[in-house]
Design a protein around this ligand. Sequence first.
Ligand code: SF4
Length: 474
Amino acid sequence: MTETTNLARKRVVLLNPPGSRKYFRDYFCTLVSKARYYYHPVDLIYLSGILDRAGWYVECVDAIAEGLTPEQTAARVERCAPDLVVYLIASPSYDEDVPFLTMLKGRVPQATFVGSGDIYRELRERALELHSFCDAVLTDFSTSDLTDWLSRTEDTLVRNVIYRAADGRILAGEETHGRGAYHLPVPRWDLWPLDRYIFAFARHRRWATVLTDFGCPFSCLFCPMSTTGYKLRDIDTVIDEIRLLRSLGIREIFFRDQTFGVDRVRTQELLRRIREEFPGLSWTCWSRVDLVTADFLKSIVEAGCHTIMFGIESSNEDVLKQYKKNTRRQQMEQALRMCEDVGLRTVGTFVIGLPGESKKSILRTIEYARDIPLDFASFNIATPRFGSTFRRLMKEQGAVDLDRMTYDSSKSSPTWTGDAGTDTLSNKEIFRLQQRAIRRFYLRPSYLLRRLRRIRSAYELYAQVREGWDLLIS
Ligand code: SF4
């Protein structure tokens, strides 16, 4: 594409706004980094491919990954002279996002601002009233709905887009994510600051996040992904994307599917193609303890997987049932043993302080985390996450402040109104239990020795020491 052609194209800035902390605003699942790790904003990454395909000149600004101040970010966006800004906004960073985006809109008033983020799935039409900078809301980044809306010739309802029509009416397209198979073009990975992202489990410094599906077919009440539907990306574009990443020197991938391997037949086909076309690829994925079998684990290891992450959540089976996780301790223990057998590293995530838990049951979960053969553990605090059924139920009970937007499941912040949160635990106590869990899990001589024995590369050693240090002093 020549410079003259580029000048004639409409310009879009894909923007992850700046922040005083490392906010994750993408894929409806928002939180704050507990250490140094920072992932690619997948919504914007995939929109870079969709908009490029539609003929837009794309600029990518990830102010958090690049460590830009609000002023530096605004100056970068101004220099791009965009016709369109697609920004992320999220619950943990809400108090910083709103003033920044208000200021930015004043600096580039010619640009149409389209926002995506967890809070917009709930705010919907209200977003246009609350946020003067917001011209439209996008509720699914994995479709061509945004480009359909941008190329409309008249104001009509567009799926997954909420906007103000020329006559002042707000038109709210239904949030609908589709089912079955879907197509997602290869992103413009070359436009992103690839050296600025950090993944604690990576064996190579440069890495990328890839989606082979969208959403999750399971129904865990506390999880926003349980309300996004589930669809499978066509394997050919997944392979094309890995091919592009390899050409950019990337050998490490985080398959950020919420549950890798749900569709067994398709997964085996994907794994076969990875094995045949990308020997030496190194990767990590999420799955569920009740889904994995010895054969499945063996096949992912053969295709290059070295680390698998499971949502363990709690050792209390009544709580797991209550929140529709529906996994059992026996399944957790068996899955972790099978992972050990095939040499996979395991990560378990836990959620502390769900209503129904007592201090005693949380302490039991902390000890359980130490007893099972986990390589890493992440302890998060229960929050009424936007988009989750749990939040809707808590709202119906009057247990959350409806005007409050800012929540952070990685650290304690007051969450529940009144005593509605748990029977006996204050927010402060939940935070203390989280800190205790981190120390009890990581500060064990036997654990540290085991970790050291399993390090495979100098980069891995460096990344783990650094992340461990950050986690313990946070
Ligand atoms: S399986 Fe995981 S991603 Fe899916 S709904 Fe449950 S917690 Fe969420």
